[in-house]
Design a protein around this ligand. Structure first.
Ligand code: GLN
Length: 550
């Protein structure tokens, strides 16, 4: 039977509930337990796919094409398990199901209410993740206790313990212990209030994780233990860590995983922890001395969370090479003004990430061109590939006015367009290509060498594609379509023979990168950037012999 850990948060948003939950997941996994995770989000959107990444951060895409909260990215990176669309539930999706059931007559003439109908649906969503192959399901509840939207979730998880038995559930509550400089003290009152709020909903937390920028003394822990009625061992101090990948070690040191195991009746001695690999990873993070500067040319650069998985994938690649990746956030709209300055020439590499809408596109095209002409390693992700194709069409194939139909419906050369499906139908309804799709890589191509494979799968989230009518002209101008769908209809990868690294992918490889298993495209990008940073002859390193194209 699976056990369940519910992680709630109090006092303030952005305390790092997702990272705490993910770190606990990693620790339990390091104890040999099989872990899965999910997020319950109290907003009314059916999924985050329709939200503005500039406000809500990145939309994380799962293998099965779920458009989910960015915390699922942390979960996958920390527990190294692929999740699916069932791993993220929102109030919108709960209500949508409840209302369809009501319309179908499933509730047999009853009055449909938050309790029990909504709460039952929430519990059902958690329950479907349990099973023989899962020891622990970790459930993060979005938002903060006290929020109006969170009430049905708190009620549902309260009932859950009664449904599955006390020994199968652990409530972890994350709070903030602020340090007040004028009085020189750390304050527990916000924690007390937050726990009081949780209790008023019928939940007594088993564990309190206290976020703080300073260590929490034993005396303070005793106070929290007394006032919030949890054993002192279950008051965990979570001080700010330099890297998010240190958090599991900090929490383990504080005994979080042992306490949670104890509450769930899982004997910690029967599940000894093996943290060696993770410790080695953190050591590599800490000791990296060299630096490469990677420019991210995008339109949501004011909220770096909009590119969270891209940033993490670059960091992972840095861990592999033993370098710090210093990110330069470059507002795409500003790029044309930057060309004469040193801002671009000083970059060791460029990433053009995904995005929707016209704003910033011309700047991205300029950035792609600058990278091509100055031999700066450049990786285009989804929209990034499309922009590189537009750039090559305009300046290598001399197709004046070439563009994506998304940005210019009257372009004379729609080199990026909506493509008909296998039945020949162009769906203008705007359905997206979502989730994992296979691609075949051309023999002898850079991408084949980088992946070390001739067939790969990557996750997608886009509507537009390289227009197959232009493929021959683009290839004649020097662009190589180095990866395609197995039926050869869709272009999945492009590259530029002779350039150290000018590669675009129609997919989002960033979603599959792991701290201890960096994604090959990012690993090779940072490798090429390192060559440039160290003033070596530009050539791809660490990925086989590519001298013929370098
Ligand atoms: N806007 C582009 C499309 O829909 C690219 C999307 C993306 O980068 N995820 O095809």
């Amino acid at each position: 039977m699976s056990k369940f850990v519910f992680v709630t948060g109090g006092v303030s948003s952005s305390l790092g509930k997702g990272l705490t939950a993910s770190s606990l997941g990693r620790l339990l996994k390091c104890r040999g337990l099989k872990v899965t995770m999910c997020k319950l989000d109290p907003y009314i959107n059916v999924d985050p796919g329709t939200m503005n990444p500039g406000e809500h951060g990145e939309v994380f895409v799962t293998e099965d094409g779920g458009e989910t909260d960015l915390d699922l990215g942390h979960y996958e990176r920390f527990i190294d398990e692929s999740l699916n669309r069932n791993s993220n539930t929102t109030t919108g999706s709960i209500y949508s199901t409840v209302i369809s059931k009501e319309r179908r007559g499933d509730y047999l003439g009853k009055t449909v209410q938050v309790i029990p109908h909504v709460t039952d649906e929430i519990k059902g969503r958690v329950m479907r993740l349990a099973g023989e192959e899962v020891d622990v399901v970790i459930v993060e509840i979005g938002g903060t206790v006290g929020d109006i939207e969170i009430v049905p979730y708190v009620e549902a998880i309260r009932q859950f313990r009664r449904d599955v038995g006390r020994q199968n559930v652990c409530y972890v509550h994350l709070t903030l212990v602020p340090y007040l400089a004028p009085s020189g003290e750390q304050k527990t009152k916000p924690t007390q209030h937050s726990v009081t709020e949780l209790r008023s909903r019928g939940i007594q937390p088993d564990v309190i994780v206290c976020r703080s920028d300073k260590d929490i003394s034993d005396a303070l822990k005793r106070k929290i233990s007394l006032l919030c009625d949890v054993p002192i061992d279950a008051v965990i101090s979570a001080i700010d860590a330099e890297s998010i990948y240190e958090i599991p070690l900090v929490l383990h040191e504080e005994g979080l995983d042992a306490v949670v195991c104890g509450i769930l009746g899982l004997d910690p001695d029967a599940h000894p922890i093996a943290l060696g690999d993770w410790e080695r990873l953190v050591h590599r993070v800490r000791t990296a001395e060299r630096t490469v500067r990677i420019g991210v040319v995008g339109k949501y650069v004011n909220l770096p969370d909009a590119y969270l998985s891209v940033v993490e994938a670059l960091r992972h690649a840095g861990f592999h090479h033993g370098v710090q990746v210093q990110l330069e956030w470059i507002d795409a709209e500003m790029v044309p003004d930057l060309v004469p300055s040193e801002r671009l020439s000083e970059l060791d590499g460029i990433v053009i990430p995904g995005g929707f809408g016209e704003r910033g596109i011309e700047g991205m095209v300029t950035g792609a061109r600058y990278a091509r002409e100055h031999a700066i390693p450049c990786l285009g992700l989804c929209l990034g590939l499309q922009v590189m194709v537009v750039e090559a069409a305009r300046h290598l194939a001399h197709l004046e006015g070439a563009n994506s139909r998304e940005f210019d419906s009257r372009t004379p050369h729609p080199v990026i367009d909506l493509m008909p499906d296998q039945a020949g139908v162009v769906d203008k309804g705007g359905t997206m290509r979502l989730g994992a799709y296979p691609a075949m890589l051309a023999p002898g191509s850079q991408v084949e060498a980088i992946y070390g494979a001739s067939a790969v799968t990557e996750r997608h989230r886009h509507r537009y594609e390289v227009n197959s009518r232009y493929r021959a002209r683009l290839e004649a101008a020097g662009l190589r379509c180095s990866g395609t769908s197995p039926d050869d209809r869709l272009v999945e990868f492009i590259e530029l023979p002779g350039h150290p690294y000018w590669i675009g992918t129609q997919a989002h490889p960033e979603f599959k990168s792991r701290p201890d298993r960096p994604h090959p495209l990012f690993r090779a990008l940072v490798g090429a950037a390192l060559e440039r940073a160290e003033g070596r002859e530009p050539r791809l390193i660490d990925i086989g012999d590519l001298d013929s194209v370098a």
